[in-house]
Write a protein that binds this ligand. Structure first.
Ligand code: WQD
Length: 340
């Protein structure tokens, strides 16, 4: 069976993508994940959900020899989805070398192996954070790339440039996917975001505050120039993001017209404010979530949301889930975690 190598397969978006690969394609996913930022138990949850064991190689992607051994052992890999990277904005600010070393070297090693072992379909996990503070909304793939908000965002900009220049010299076809704000959990509630470190992001903070794990939620600023003063983001369900990867992969592998390099935004196109997101959570959970208004968070942009019409036109990608579904699934997952 043709294999798809998913790096970061035990991670948030990686694990949801593996589930969709198993359930909706004839490809066999294999994973590389050293559990530096994820739980080994995530692979057990995939098994429970799909009844399939996923072969995972617990190797460091920054070790070229180890990465090569995976390609040598699996000569039927036809595509790679490269999720694995460190992704905490504040951590990247406090330790930039860690981020450049890990995120860039792991990418270089994967690309070298794709070229050496003839794996010609490559999907790269990129981010809307590369747009920075945008002048014109919604954001299209041609919107100017901003000054990176952090070394994390910079590794995504550099990563895209490396791939763009690299594919010109090979027969590899590559598609960086720029996620807006992936949130939510598998609709069954049996898989979700399970980061090793304290959440920086809004939705896991909401659910952990509601569960009594974290203290009161702070809304970072309510005097932005937006409809209710809080920041606007384009939240997109993690399963919608996962399905976009499946469509992108099929497009690269099965379409004879796919180009060697195409960037796609992945967002719903709908901007939601922080206060609206909180209201959605309160509505679907029935919990009167308490929060306080705090200072603006450094690096936050007032508003960003996508124009993802290119992904619709090229891949036929459409989002199935709205903000209420995202909050409902996130809360269902949090309650599962509480049962552990
Ligand atoms: C969303 C909004 C906060 C927490 C991040 C990364 C970005 C990308 C997507 C990977 C903001 C507000 C948050 C809280 C709050 N990740 N907030 N209280 O910053 O838009 O993007 O995830 O590619 O790189 O930066 O997401 O969830 O952190 O914040 O008020 O306790 O929620 O100010 O307006 P962000 P976020």
């Amino acid at each position: 069976m043709n294999k798809i190598l998913v790096t970061g397969g035990a991670g948030y978006i990686g694990s949801h993508t593996i589930i969709e690969l198993i359930e909706n394609t004839n490809y066999t996913p294999i994973s590389i994940d050293n559990f530096s930022r994820s739980h080994k138990s995530t692979l057990n949850r995939i098994k429970k959900l799909t009844n399939k064991d996923v072969l995972n190689y617990e190797v460091n992607l920054c070790d070229l020899e180890d990465v090569e051994s995976v390609f040598k052992e699996n000569t039927d890999i036809v595509g790679v989805i490269h999720f694995a990277a460190f992704k905490s904005v504040p951590e990247s600010v406090s330790d930039p070398i860690l981020y450049y070393d890990n995120n860039i070297n792991s990418l270089l090693n994967i690309l070298k192996c794709c070229d050496k072992y003839g794996v010609n379909n490559f999907i790269f996990s990129s981010s809307c954070s590369i747009y920075g503070n945008v002048e014109k909304l919604p954001v299209t793939e041609n919107s100017p790339i901003g000054i990176p908000e952090s070394p994390y965002g910079h590794t995504k900009i550099v990563g895209e440039e490396i791939i763009k220049n690299f594919v010109k010299t090979t027969s590899i076809k590559a598609m960086p996917l720029r996620y807006f704000n992936p949130v939510g959990a598998h609709i069954s509630g049996l898989n979700g975001e399970n980061s090793l470190d304290k959440p920086n992001n809004l939705v896991p903070f909401i659910t952990q505050s509601a569960a009594g794990i974290l203290g009161e939620l702070t809304v970072f600023g309510n005097d932005y120039d937006t409809r209710d003063g809080s920041c606007i983001r384009d939240y997109v369900h993690v399963t919608d993001i996962a399905n976009a990867h499946i469509l992108a992969l099929k497009h690269l592998i099965e379409s004879s017209t796919s180009s060697s390099y195409a960037i796609l935004n992945l967002g719903t196109g709908t901007g939601i404010t922080v206060l609206e997101a909180i209201d959605s959570f309160k509505k679907v959970s029935g919990i009167d979530l308490k929060f306080k208004i705090g200072e603006k968070r450094e690096g936050d942009v007032a508003a960003i949301y996508s124009d993802s019409s290119k992904a619709k036109e090229l891949l036929g990608w459409e989002c199935k889930y709205n903000i209420d579904d995202m909050m409902q699934s996130a809360w269902k997952w949090q309650q599962q975690l509480l049962k552990k």
